[in-house]
Design a binder for this molecule. Structure first.
Ligand SMILES: [Mg+2]
Length: 186
């Protein structure tokens, strides 16, 4: 069934509430050396210019552990470069995820193969699908803020359907509350 292939391409290896729940030691022990991360709604709310202290601390921890961290964002050059400067992170802007070129540019920059990389992001159809196709380890996070670009809101509806199907195939919700739904309803 064609559906099965599409779904497995959307299946993240992990689903956690936020980057702060990522098991850095576990990733390191699996041979991961490069953390590629989406920007908007993964590291900070959409178009948010500042680097929160909690994020700065987390980045410091990841770097201290030995990881390279690089932003791979579909947002435009001006937005991404400003945040890259503020955070001190390298970045690929206008990445056009799920297309491969942006991911590949990031891998090339660090001279690492896809299986040494992790992709972290809040969107199934861009972050997870694109990175899965290249054989990266993928971590889905809950979006930080419901405030989003209108195009993303439309995609979220399809994403909810895909998530329901992925739950059916064994994906674990990141945080269960008593009614069996995740905190934000996903
Ligand atoms: Mg995002």
């Amino acid at each position: 069934m064609r559906n099965v292939g599409v779904l497995s391409r959307l299946m993240p290896d992990e689903y956690v509430r936020s980057i702060y729940e990522i098991d850095l030691d576990g990733l390191w022990n699996r041979g991961k050396r490069l953390i590629l991360t989406d920007l908007d709604n993964t590291l900070v709310p959409w178009n948010h210019p500042q680097v929160p202290e909690e994020l700065a601390d987390w980045l410091q921890m990841a770097h201290a552990r030995g990881f390279h961290v690089c932003i791979v964002s579909n947002n435009g050059e001006a937005r991404v470069e400003a945040f890259a400067r503020a955070s001190g992170l390298p970045a690929v802007a206008g990445a056009r995820k799920p297309k491969s070129a942006g991911f590949r540019a990031a891998l090339e920059r660090f001279q690492l193969p896809a299986d040494a990389a992790v992709m972290v992001g809040d969107q199934l159809f861009t972050d997870i699908q694109g990175a899965n196709r290249l054989g990266m380890y993928t971590i889905l996070v809950l979006p930080l803020d419901p405030q989003e670009w209108w195009g993303t809101k439309v995609v979220r509806m399809a994403e909810r359907v895909a998530l329901m199907m992925l739950y059916g195939r064994g994906l674990k919700r990141p945080h269960m509350v008593s009614d069996g739904r995740s905190k934000d309803g996903r």
